[in-house]
Design a binder for this molecule. Structure first.
Ligand code: MN
Length: 521
């Protein structure tokens, strides 16, 4: 059995109480899941240990690591939430319940729903730590996916490709994204997977030796020209990412130059540009292939200089140049800034990159709590224009009519999703409604024809009254009948202006018709 000591060894500067917390969580998990096995026949505890270990490796704090140990205890070991709160406190209970909630959101298989589900996912997490635990939970499940029943396996792998890997990507967690993608790809498209493995071997792994030779003059030139403290490494493209790129390049492998790429990691931004000049003086660059992601970072915060050059011996080669900080960020993304040590220091945003501040504002609004409105407004406005598109959209689900900046600030003030509920149609479409909306609002949000003919509503398979408030993650089914029509009573149930307007229209129309009938009598 793995030892919790190894996890504690990964975590720096813990107080004795914090160590005790992690140890207690491990012991609690082992006790509550005793006799409980995974599909592989391994003790369930291994899964909890691995989740906690990955969180510790990301630099997460003791409470998050403890929650990693406990994340399945309510759902799978039927531990009473009260007991968790008593033993570990409300905050850890909140994290575990958040992870459990995410576990109930299932990808229904249609690609057009993926974006809504990704948003719902982030919305439901509320706290970025919940999302980190869920991502590490999924990572271990993917690493052990071969033990799962084949049909279930493909569903989980697809969900990983459509939901989890894109979230990791958008959080800048490049390493996690790549591992999730390649673990899933194997099951989603086994034939293509084998094909990509072959291409990677021919174009990548088999060329490592030539590449090593070609790096010798490069290192000499860098040193001669005064670039101090650099290191070089190479990276081989991920299988899934290669497959996607081949699709884009019309399956012409000759047009893909980055199966094998060289990285030069230097100590300052100035050295990045100097190194780029040195590379270009050594080898001729391909026109149009020089990309400055330092001046223009990718939406997820990625920074580097990229160039593609013609070397004598290795042919066409992509070279990526970045600082150590950019390198760390490209691999761990938001996690590298969430690391416990940084959060503890309270001077969070002072020395962070611009991108990092944006992340905090979107994902950790609580960090901004306590700042005056003016302070908040100015910080937020300065970074609004550089917010990642997808995260910006999240802020905009509030009031679509307000001007962009106000909308954004309003979104932050109200702690994001606390004013919205996200519910599913039976087909898995996500419908986004104001809090306390009813099946009537839902029906009109789906289609006015449905709204105008509601006969009955089912929530999670059970008939409910039309006035029942909907909760996040509910699956709502509306039964319709041509003879059913809106009544005055429905106005008491309707929260959205769309539904209210349609009901008033329908009721007035009906009254007029009735009067007409009477008049004709
Ligand atoms: Mn789990």
């Amino acid at each position: 059995m793995p030892d919790v000591k190894d996890i504690l060894a990964l975590m720096e500067d813990l107080t004795p109480e914090q160590q005790e917390l992690v140890r207690n969580a491990s012991a609690f998990a082992m006790e509550k899941h005793a006799g409980h096995e995974r599909n592989s026949g391994e003790p369930y505890y291994i899964h909890l240990y691995e989740t906690a270990r990955e969180l510790a490796e990301l630099g997460m704090g003791p409470r998050t690591v403890a929650a990693g140990f406990l994340h399945d205890c309510i759902e799978d070991a039927e531990v009473d939430p009260e007991e968790v709160a008593q033993e570990f406190g409300e905050e850890i209970l909140f994290l575990i319940q958040g992870v459990t909630k995410l576990g109930h959101l299932k990808y229904q298989g249609a690609e057009r729903h993926a974006e809504s589900l990704r948003r719902l996912f982030v919305a439901t997490s509320q706290d970025i730590r919940v999302l980190m635990i869920k991502l590490m939970d999924r990572l271990h499940n993917m690493r052990t996916l071969e033990h799962v029943r084949p049909d279930k396996r493909v569903r989980i792998a697809k969900e990983t490709l459509e939901i989890y890997a894109p979230i990791a990507d958008r959080l800048g967690m490049g390493r996690l994204k790549r591992e999730l993608e390649d673990l899933a790809f194997r099951w989603v498209d086994p034939e293509e997977f084998v094909h990509m493995e072959r291409l990677i071997k021919e174009r990548g792994t088999d060329r490592e030796e030539e590449l090593a030779k070609c790096l010798v003059p490069l290192r000499d030139e860098l040193a001669k020209n005064g670039v101090m403290n650099f290191r070089t490494e190479y990276r081989i493209k991920g299988l899934y990412s290669l497959c996607k790129k081949l699709e884009r390049k019309k399956y012409d492998i000759e047009n893909i130059y980055d199966v094998l790429a060289v990285r030069i990691i230097v100590s300052s931004v100035a050295d990045c540009y100097q190194a780029l000049g040195i590379v270009h003086s050594l080898w001729r660059p391909l026109p149009g292939k020089i990309k400055d992601y330092i001046a223009f970072p990718k939406p997820n915060g990625y920074q580097s200089l990229h160039t593609t050059v013609i070397t004598g011996t290795v042919g066409v080669l992509e070279i990526q140049i970045r600082t150590e900080a950019m390198h760390r960020e490209a691999q761990y993304g938001i996690a590298s800034h969430l690391a416990y040590k940084h959060l503890g220091s309270a001077k969070i945003d002072r020395e962070q990159t611009r991108q990092n501040r944006v992340w905090y504002q979107f994902l950790l609004p609580s960090v901004l709590r306590g700042k005056s409105d003016d302070e908040m407004q100015s910080v937020i406005q300065s970074s609004f224009t550089s917010a990642p598109e997808w995260l910006r959209d999240i802020g905009e689900t509030y009031s679509k009519d307000a001007p962009a900046d106000e909308r954004f600030v309003e979104g932050l003030k109200s702690d994001f999703f606390s004013h919205r509920v996200f519910v599913f149609t039976p087909h898995g479409d996500v419908i986004d409604l104001p809090i306390d909306s009813s099946p009537v609002d839902f029906a009109y949000a789906v289609h006015s024809d449905i709204g105008d003919h509601i006969a009955a509503a089912k929530v999670n398979g059970k008939f409910v009254s039309l006035g029942t408030p909907l909760k996040n993650g509910d699956i709502v089914l509306i039964e319709t009948k041509p003879s059913a029509h809106p009544s005055q009573k429905w106005l008491e149930y309707a929260k959205t202006s769309l539904a209210r307007r349609k009901i008033v229209n329908a009721v007035t129309r009906k009254e007029k018709e009735d009067e007409g009938l009477k008049a004709r009598g």
